[in-house]
Design a protein around this ligand. Structure first.
Ligand code: NAP
Length: 266
């Protein structure tokens, strides 16, 4: 069986390095390209602590797409560059797995159109950790009975976007699960601007950024005389890798946009 040829963009970054290690560890996958703005010319294996792999980090995605004929590109870059990377991959006929967060609804619509036109698949998942997917599912279920809910998401201090893509997706799933409008009407007097967080689809979201954190989220439901808290913690970036590898294996089977890992499991 032919191996799936994989290109990683953002390969020098924290998530990109984990993806490189995970891809190299799979027998059915072959790492054919590593692209990043930084680290150009360095051996990607050495950067990731794997020893020399004989594959250097390249800085020009278009050139690498042309030279390496990948089947799937995995992108963990920044919200500022991910759209250009997706367009370049689809133009080259390459399926895409996107972990980069911060994409807007307009971005997702555009990706849907581009993927449909190129007849290739794009999987965008704001969170590739299985536990986070379950947290979102459970939150949707709880929202049926507990419409009043707030989300606290906590991430490392170098995360660019706020709130997290996971928090936004959770709020969307809560909105889809609610059968009644939220009942509580807290007093509007906010003595410090932003103290009550931001609101999305009827759910308040609070973003915490601190060194030492990786990716964590609490979904707190309140009801008469009781609360229900659903919490997920990614303690290590390796928690995202089974989901990324699953998406890489499925990417060529789909056409158009798939949003969320939820759609890929069972
Ligand atoms: P990071 O360490 O900053 O890595 C991003 C890398 O991409 C950096 O090396 C960056 O270089 C590089 N880059 C920027 N523009 C590029 C371009 N045009 N082409 C190629 N590479 C480019 O960030 P991270 O912690 O790995 O996170 C990356 C993304 O993944 C973020 O959006 C984060 O929210 C997301 N994330 C998703 C999940 C999930 O499960 N979906 C989990 C964790 C994180 P510079 O530093 O020079 O800009």
């Amino acid at each position: 069986m032919d191996k799936i040829r994989v290109l990683v963009t953002g390969a020098y970054g924290r998530m990109g390095r984990e993806v490189v290690k995970a891809v190299v560890a799979q027998e059915d996958l072959e790492l054919v390209g590593a692209v990043d703005k930084v680290g150009g010319g360095q051996d990607i294996g050495q950067i990731c602590g794997l020893g020399v792999l004989g594959l250097t980090v390249e800085t020009d995605l278009t050139v690498v797409l042309g030279n390496t004929a990948p089947a799937v590109m995995v992108d963990f870059t920044t919200p500022l560059t991910v759209m250009d990377n997706i367009k370049a991959a689809l133009e080259a006929g390459v399926a895409v797995v996107v972990g980069t967060t911060g994409l807007t609804e307009e971005n997702l619509d555009e990706i849907n159109d581009l993927a449909a036109r190129s007849e290739r698949g794009v999987i965008v998942a704001p969170n590739f950790a299985l536990g986070a997917v379950l947290m979102m599912r459970f939150a949707k279920e709880a929202a049926r009975y507990f419409p009043d809910v707030e989300i606290i998401e906590l991430h490392h201090d170098r995360k660019i976007d706020a709130p997290s893509g996971t928090a936004l997706k959770t709020a969307e799933m809560i909105a889809a699960g609610r059968v009644a409008e939220p009942g509580s009407k807290p007093a509007p007097l906010e003595k410090i601007n932003g103290a009550r967080g931001g609101e999305y689809l009827g759910t308040k979201i609070h973003s915490v950024r601190l060194p030492g954190l990786i990716a964590h989220q609490e979904v707190i439901f309140g009801n008469q005389g009781q609360t229900l808290t659903i919490r997920h913690d990614s303690l290590d970036r390796s928690s995202f890798m089974p989901g990324v590898i699953l998406a890489v294996r499925k990417a060529q089977e789909i056409k158009g946009l798939v949003y969320g890992l939820d759609a890929l499991i069972d």
